[in-house]
Structure formats: C-alpha cells, structure tokens
Design a binder for this molecule. Structure first.
Ligand code: SAH
Length: 346
C-alpha cells in the first residue's frame, strides 16, 4: 500500500487526478495528516464517505513509531528513537532553549561520511530517509509539545542529526518545502539551519533554490592536512573550495554562515590553528561556533580544558571573528552533538 505521509497537497491531488476530485481535496487530506495528526482516512470527516473508503482501500498513512524516549536530568532535552515500517530507526532530539523549542532531525539512518569524531558514522550508512520520514520526526515532536502545554510548538529546527543532508538532497529539499507549508507546520525558512560536512556542489545547488535557510558548515580544522585526517570528505572537497562556497552562500542569501568547529584537545585547539582559522574567516559574513567535543567512547579524542576553550574563543574575538561557544545539552542521555547513533543496530 502506498504511503501518502510525506506528500504535498499538490502531489496528493496529482496522484488522485484520475478520480476527478475537486483540487482542494489534496489540501484537505494534507491538513488532516499534518496539522491534525489523523492516521486514518476514515477520520477525515469533511471528505465524502465513499471517498474516505476508497482512499483507505488504496493508501495508508504511515508515520513513525516511538520506540524509546529519554529525558535529560534537567528536563530540557528529550531524545526520541523513532522507527519506520522496515525496522529502520533514527534519533531525534528536542531542546527546550531559552529562545524556544528547537529540534534536531536526522536525514539518514547512520552515515557514511566517516568523520573521526562522530558516533553516527560508526556503523556506516543504512539508508537515506524519505521526506516523509524526516517530517515524521518533526511532527512527532510537535505533537509531544502540544500535549505538554497548549500553544507550545516547534520554533526552530536544525538539520544536524545523523546523516549528511546534502547527500540526500532531493528528499531533504522536499522536506524543507513541506514543513514551510501552512498546512504542514508553517516553519519559516529562517528558523531552519542545515548543517553539512561540506558537499560543495550541493551547497551551490541549495543556494540556487533561493530558500533563506541558514547554512552551517562543519569545519573542525583550519588546514587541509588536518581536516582530511578528521573528515575524509575533505579529500574530495578541500578547504579552499569549501570556503568559497560558504562565501557565495552568504553573499547570495545575506544569511550569516556558521562554521562549526569542534575543539579537540591537542588536535585542533592550538595557537597555530587559531591563527589559521582567523585567516580563513577573513572577509566573510560568517561566525564560528565552537563545540567542545562530546565524548564518544569508541574514539580517542578528548575535550580541552575550560581554560583552553575560553582562550580559543577570546583569540578569535580579539581578531574580529564573530564567535560563540555551543551550549551542551543532553550529554547525560547521549543526545549531544556527535552522539546520535542507530541504537537498534548494536
Ligand atoms: N553531516 C552533517 C550534519 C550532522 S553533524 C554535518 O557534518 O554537519 C552535526 C554537528 O555535530 C556537526 O557540526 C558535527 O561535526 C558535530 N559533531 C559530530 N561529532 C561531534 C562530537 N563528538 N562532539 C561535538 N560535536 C560533534
């Protein structure tokens, strides 16, 4: 049975074109699915009864089953393990931030980018998620929030869970467009940040879409030798071209590009790297987000001291680079950056 969850109103209307329905039916069905959380055509009470039955005979609405939920001890972070029909499961995180509810969605089950510091890639990639499977994560959390208190909703979204979003380009784009629709979540593109390890051609492609989505680039090293060691993707798309793409994206969208930089003790946190990083950032509408590395037990990489982190931040600030340090959330439930994995595979 075909799953309609993840289809836009237009796609539903096109699919049903042979049935000669009025065009507004597609939007009605979509509203029931996305806005009202209805999982059965039978409950779509503004559709004629025979249409509801016919739909139920041909199509299904399959979302995701919540297989597990963990809440951090401070109650601010919740991590969900969501499972799809074929047994694949991914993790999604809700962070209750001072500025609103932020969620982190996964775009692939596992990941094959092979970054040396990240848990998501330890078992390789299982498969791409469809637009509907990415959306199911957001809708699930939207409903959790609504149950907690009326009027609560997802305010901002980061595409930073497991997987490389720009290696699953078409599905991620459909997902972005879907959650922007009023009949889905009405998310503003400006409230969405997409993080990439640096798939250069697809950064340009995204730029051409003219969606004002904020771009985050996982930099993590200021020179090719070190970056290639930490992130194999750098051998294919080296730094110079990546920075050029970041600049182009910032110029075109007028959105400040964020460069994420994990701080790893004795690896990339020295004075020389700070100096190299400053010169890379020169002349860019960009900011650097420092992330003291979150431990992943399988990796021999450690977090620098608090003093070192402060020193690095200060060095950048003094050299006129906009810089922030990422607040860690949910480390006690393995929900922090780089800690998401395919639990069920172990
Ligand atoms: N593939 C995309 C999105 C997922 S990673 C990307 O690489 O950007 C989301 C962020 O978490 C990235 O900046 C990533 O580098 C960071 N991250 C990965 N492992 C980490 C770790 N152990 N500690 C802190 N941040 C980590």
């Amino acid at each position: 049975m075909k799953n309609v969850f993840g289809w836009s109103a237009g796609e539903i209307s096109n699919e049903l074109a042979e049935w000669k329905l009025p065009p507004y039916r597609g939007k009605q069905i979509a509203e029931w699915m996305y806005r009202k959380g209805v999982l059965s055509f039978k409950d779509m009470t503004n559709l004629p009864k025979d249409l509801r039955e016919r739909l139920a005979g041909h199509y299904g609405i399959f979302r995701a089953a919540c297989l597990d939920r963990q809440d951090s001890s401070d109650g601010k972070t919740s991590k969900f393990l969501l499972g799809f029909a074929d047994g694949t499961a991914v993790e999604t995180v809700l962070m209750r931030q001072p500025y609103g509810n932020s969620i982190c969605v996964s775009t692939q089950a596992g990941c094959n980018m092979g970054c040396a510091f990240c848990a998501s890639t330890l078992h390789g990639m299982e498969r791409n998620l469809t637009a509907g499977e990415i959306l199911a994560q957001a809708i699930h959390i939207q409903e959790v929030l609504r149950e907690e208190a009326p009027g609560q909703k997802v305010d901002t979204m980061v595409i930073m869970g497991s997987g490389e979003p720009l290696m699953n380009y078409d599905n991620v784009l459909s997902f972005l467009r879907l959650c922007h629709e009023d009949y889905v979540m009405g998310m503003g593109y400006r409230n969405i940040t997409l993080s990439t390890s640096g798939i250069v051609p697809n950064i340009y492609r995204l730029m051409e879409e003219d969606l004002p989505v904020t771009l985050s680039i996982s930099l993590h090293a200021p020179n090719d030798a070190l970056r290639s060691r930490l992130m194999p993707v750098n051998r294919k798309y080296p730094l110079a071209g990546l920075i050029e793409a970041g600049k182009a994206y910032g110029d075109r969208t007028k959105r400040r590009v964020t460069y994420e930089y994990i701080l790893i003790d004795q690896v990339n946190d020295g004075e020389e790297q700070a100096r190299e990083l400053v010169s890379l950032m020169r002349g860019q509408l960009a900011s650097v987000n420092l992330i003291p590395i979150n431990p992943v037990v399988e990796r021999n990489l450690y977090r620098p001291s608090g003093q070192r982190v402060d020193w690095f931040e200060k060095y950048l600030a003094e050299h006129h680079v906009a810089v922030t340090v990422r607040r860690e959330m949910g480390a006690d439930i393995q929900a922090a950056c780089g800690q998401l994995r395919n639990q069920h595979m172990e």
